[in-house]
Each structure stands twice: as C-alpha cells, then as structure tokens.
Design a protein around this ligand. Structure first.
Ligand code: KIV
Length: 287
C-alpha cells in the first residue's frame, strides 16, 4: 500500500501546531504494530495510543484499569508500525495525577521506552503545572478536556460536557490555562458543536474533536469503532466506515467448519515429498 502523497517526512509536534487555521488534522487511535501500520499508511497526521486500549483491546469496562506498563508495551509496538505520523502516548489513570514529578517521569517513559514523540493527558487547569514541567523537560503535550473518561467516577458516567453557556466558559478557561502551560494541541471530547467552536476560536493551538461537531481543527476516532471491531458499546458520535468484525467472524467460522468437515487443508495448501523420498520412506517403514 502506498504512503499518503503529501507526506515525505516524519510529522512533529511543531508541524501539528503550525497546521492551525491552515488544514484539518486527521488523528486515529492504534494499539499495536498492524493497526499503527494501517493508520500511518492511511495518512493520519497523528496516531494516538489511547487508553481506550483498556476497553477495545483488553476488554475492561472503562479506561481506568490499564496500567502504565501495558500502555508503554502497546505504544512501543504501535510505534514500530508508524513511519510518518506523530505517535502520541496517552497517560493512563493514576500515572501522572499524584505530582508534577510523577507526570514528568511517566511521560519520559513514553518517549524513551515507547517510541512516542508526544503524550496526551486528561484534565483542566489543575494540570497546568504538570504540563509546564513536562514541556520544560522536552516532552510535547496534548491536552484533553470535555468528557474525560478517566473522571467517570466524579462525572457520574460517560456524559456530554459543556451543555450550558457557563460550562462552556469554564472549558475555555481550562483550555487557555493548558495553552499557557505549553500544550501544542487540545482534544475536545463529547460536547455540543457550539462549545467546540467557541474553544477552537479562543485558543491558538489546533483542537481535535471527538463527539464535538465539525468546527474543531481536526478529528480523532477510535480504530475499533471506525472499523466495526467493537460492538459492545458505540457512542452515537462514531461513524463506522467498515464492518470488519462481521467479516472476521464469517472468515473464522468458515475456517472452523472446514477444519471439522476435512476440506481444509486441501491440495492447494499441502506440500508433498518428492516421488523418490516418498518411495524411500515407504521402504523404510516396511522393512
Ligand atoms: O483513549 C482514547 O482513545 C482517547 C481518544 C478517544 C481521544 O483519549
């Protein structure tokens, strides 16, 4: 499969920042070598090794249970498949909230061990000191506000945010605090289009929407949702572009039934000895 025609070099965090107001950014999650390879070959600007891994790959009911070591392991595999896109590692729950030092230590691991070239963390202005220290340490950071799934316990579930004018102003305050701390992009999750538009107009960094309408500077979706590989729960903002889960089930069922009825492997998938070796074997067996 060929590379995206416009891409001749590795995309960096400054490239993403410079895209604000010039072009829309396409971001996709990926969790391993094959998904990283496909997302990159499809021409994504950024490949996010999201903590959604917990749900769509590891089978947890929310994103809280994935560990830092699991995230690093999957980031490293994903990065091996990505040539051009910016690989972004997602800081998992409990790996950065405790202190500025913990945030720097955790995010350094994503770059040093995971092969990421940026990280993302969830949360508003309370995390500005963490982000400032990370950026000073040489780690490009993406913010994430609106629905922040690591906060489902305090939010009361996977709920849309920014549904009143006051709530939107609070989100803009958070966004500006994160910008001031040094983020180069900002994910806006699950909010009315008007909220995303107001935040996008207020900040000088690209906004990347998910369930936030068309006005953000870019969009991100979860790989398994886009390809129809995760049927347990599909948020209503997801557009499914393929039904690979159904295709995979049909293929696996056909294999199982052909094994059982003896039609696989057929001659086409079988190797035989040369005539001479077959004869020799026959003689040795009958000695
Ligand atoms: O973990 C994830 O997949 C994410 C995106 C949905 C933004 O954080």
């Amino acid at each position: 499969m060929s590379q995206h025609p416009e891409r001749t070099k590795k995309i960096t965090a400054p490239d993403i920042l410079a895209a604000k107001g010039k072009r829309k950014l396409a971001m996709m999650t990926a969790y391993d070598y094959p998904s990283g390879l496909l997302a990159d070959q499809a021409g994504m600007d950024m490949v996010l090794v999201g903590d959604s891994l917990a749900m769509v790959v590891l089978g947890h009911m929310d994103t809280l249970s994935v560990t830092l070591d699991e995230m690093i392991h999957h980031t490293r595999a994903t990065a091996r498949g990505v040539t051009n896109a910016l690989v972004v590692g997602d800081l998992p729950f409990g790996s950065y909230q405790a202190s500025v030092e913990q945030a720097v230590r955790t995010s350094s691991r994503f770059l040093a061990e995971g092969g990421a070239r940026a990280v993302k963390l969830e949360g508003g202005s309370a995390f500005a000191p963490h982000i400032r220290a990370m950026v000073q340490a040489g780690i490009p950071v993406i913010g994430h506000i609106g629905l922040t799934p690591q906060h489902i316990a305090t939010l009361g579930g996977f709920r849309y945010q920014g549904k009143t004018a006051e709530a939107i102003l609070a989100l803009i305050d958070d966004a500006l605090a994160l910008v001031e701390a040094g983020i180069f992009a900002l994910v806006l999750e699950a909010m009315p289009a008007e909220a995303a538009k107001a935040i996008t107009e207020a900040v000088p960094v690209p906004t990347i929407g998910i369930g936030a309408g068309p006005e953000a500077d870019g969009q991100v979706l979860v790989y398994h949702d886009v390809l129809g590989l995760f049927e347990r729960f599909t948020p209503r903002f997801v557009k499914q572009y393929a039904a690979l889960g159904e295709a995979a089930l049909a293929a696996l069922s056909a294999y199982a039934s052909e094994v059982r009825n003896g039609s696989f492997p057929s001659e086409e998938h079988t190797t035989h000895l040369s005539k001479e070796e077959a004869e020799k074997l026959h003689q040795l067996q009958n000695r």
